[in-house]
Design a protein around this ligand. Sequence first.
Ligand code: SF4
Length: 298
Amino acid sequence: MELKKEKSRTAHIQLGNPVTEQAQLKIAGDQATTKEANGKQVIRGAKSHTTGDGAVSVLGLPRGGEPSNAQLQLLRHHSRALESAHPREIIAWAVKQYFPKLTMATAFGPEGCVILHLLAEVEPRVHVFNLDTGYQFKETLELRDRIATRYGIQVKFERPELSVQEYEEKNGGPVYAVDADRCCLERKVRVLRRAVAGFHGWMSGIRRDQSPHRQNTPIIDWDQKFQLVKISPLAGWTKHQIWDLIRSEDIPYNLLHEKGYLSIGCWPCTRAVAAGEDERAGRWSGAAKTECGLHVQG
Ligand code: SF4
């Protein structure tokens, strides 16, 4: 299904909490212009928000600074409003707000494949990238080609500056074996920081029921770490909903899932899990580490 783009839209949002004196924000949906108003600049391509007092703010990356309290309140408002929306609607919201300054990161997990499937319906031109650490499974890399064949979406590989060989030679061996946090920082986090530079919003496939750490994930949030808006369309979905859609829509998925790998990262840090184990038990198994650092602040 392809969503028809509205040519223009004006909506009034009543905020439950006052945003300074601005009780009402008037959203000018498709005004993709750059202009000055009250000293604040509107970013081209982003949706402008004309506040009750005439000031103009942007629901996106503020140019050269942190978002204002009003912008954070607006993000929270949208997040709450989208809480019960289908992921397709959330993706459509993100596209409407941020495309073409919208990007998506995927490790080709089942969640990422579901988002790609929905994105193909909503706006297949959204920029999508994969953090190719050099340690990914061949099945993961092959899935990129299957996605391209099915949807025509070319997922861009974003890679660290050093190849695996160069990295291991420089460090006297594999860093993941002695300091996995540093390895993730250098081969994932820093690469993502570079990859999202210039975008106003990024989408990820994390779900609240994946781990205690992710249980409070909002649908829409300001990502302090990477300095742009983060959209998690599947935050409220369960693993069963993900797999129900994969099966009903015949969505491509990583074949390693059929071999007991429920959550798949880099091959040195991923193992298959036994029946009854937590779905992320195979990630950095035996270590206290549970996250690569992309979805944690600080
Ligand atoms: S998951 Fe393992 S191999 Fe991949 S970047 Fe992190 S520590 Fe390195």
